[in-house]
Design a protein around this ligand. Sequence first.
Ligand code: F6R
Length: 623
Amino acid sequence: MCGIVGYVGTKSATPILLEGLRRLEYRGYDSAGIAVLSGAGELQVKKATGKLHNLRTAVGTIEPEGSVGIGHTRWATHGRPSDDNAHPHTDCHGDITVVHNGIIENYAELRDELQAKGHTFRSETDTEILAHLLEDLLPTTASLAEAARLALQRVTGSYAIAVVSRAHPGHIVGARLNGPLIIGLGDGENFLASDIPAILKHTRSIIILEEGEVADVTPTSVTLTDLNGAAIARAPIQVDWDAEAAEKGGYPHFFVKEIHEQPQALRRALLGRVVERPDGLALRLEALDKLAATGALDKMRRAVLLGCGTSIHAALLAKYAMERWARLPVEVSIASEYRYADPIVGPDTLCIAVTQSGETADTLAATRLAREMGAPVVAVTNVVGSAITRVADAVLYLQAGPEISVTATKTFVTMTTVLYLAGLWLGRHSGQLVEVEERQMLAALQTLPGQMERVLETMTAAEGPDGAIGRVAARLAGCHSCMFIGRGPGFPLALEGALKLKEISYVHAEAYPAGELKHGPIALLDPTVPLIADATTGHTYEKVISNIQEVRARDAHVIAIATEGDGGIQRHADEVFYVPAAPEILAPILAIVPLQLISYHVALARGCNVDQPRNLAKSVTVE
Ligand code: F6R
């Protein structure tokens, strides 16, 4: 939610900032802006409402000159998307400029105070108060960093900020509290950004700022302190992400590129965790071994899985797996509900926070609450060093590589896989899972990437107007609503399929457990409302077929996802997409692929912006 980038060095800042913003646009695209300080001390600010190309147009061919600058791409919270509300924001005289990700909760009272002192505000944003606070503090402080520390001591809320001042050329000050901010180290130049892909092209040497830290960044130095000015030493980490991973690689959209990356992402998620031993396959999750060795799991009687959106769908799948393998009662709770629900949680509850970005505000707050009440916490996340990793006692990384598309795909399948591995580990830990079943499951997990490659090949062959995807996409593109059903693990799959369709094609979709249809929602069905059913092989297969029959009796058009070799399904469905046979619990990891691709083709048919759906941002860092 909002992206920040900064550059201080010897090169021209504008192209570096614009390129960084391009890679951060997934964080918000209501407006964008840059501020560049020239060698002559001129501070130029350019901003534009809407997508980044509007800012490029506003910048034009005469780019602001200078080798120090900051940029921002916005997902609006305080104040509608407009040029005035776009960041960077400046003080009364245009000497200080600030970009901000987060929410300053006490901005109204600070604004009243600053207005009473004569400051003039130009925007409706909470961020602008920071520029004016700095304007007030700077004349009496020794450095921009000190002024920033004093200003931040006065604000409550969440922030990641970057500040440039005409009085301190050659410096950018950054700070964070509940918003991500990293520093990239270059040779005679340094970078700031909300996320690694923004600066991956320039450096892989990264310092991750921790909560409540302030960084004074010059071309040749980075000085870290806490909010009171106490010095902090931190060595950089080396990021091994492939720069290509943040490019579209010949695909028209990140969404479809990341769908096709899923087999490789699965391989990476399994790497080093499912290992060949002389006596067969073995599971290795050192993070959980270490956690158990501390005794933190000795009292464990239950687990709670917390997350939002797609992550909660992966958690729902994991519930089936963990309850079966570990006989451990598992509660799955939407983080934004959990935190206000007075939950029953304590040292006997293992809390598993499930979050791709590791910075979703609701998931962070719910997890912190569980931790405060004594629960040991395991984080399942994709982003190294993200905020959730600091709340957790143990971290399991997805190892999926960067996911740029706002809508999650490869992180759904890797998240589900990593949670299943945790389920197997819990099964062994509790003594409930027999070794044979563990080995069978590990072997089945290892075959998933190859099986998924086959699904992708079959689906690619079904593209084009005469192919099955083309036909289904044409039908769904013209309908006002559609229904997804599944049973058991097929239900979270249905939820995820419906979410993809809603998010990128704006077609209304509902997901139901198949047996629940007849208790009400079946009233919605008629020939204009297609039904997409998970009919992969499983212990409730016959029941799903009966539910499909009930729907066909109401003349609804049925699209089924089925297991290869199931010729009988053709009698019950108008269109069928096949996936290879897999254990019932693993089938959704394959079956989601046709659903993702159907959503993609519906979105294309409706002319939607696939990578940047309206109203969305990839990381939701506000409540
Ligand atoms: C769906 C999607 C969102 C996220 C949700 C949680 O495609 O991307 O629903 O899953 O905002 O995000 P994380 O996993 O980063 O906490």
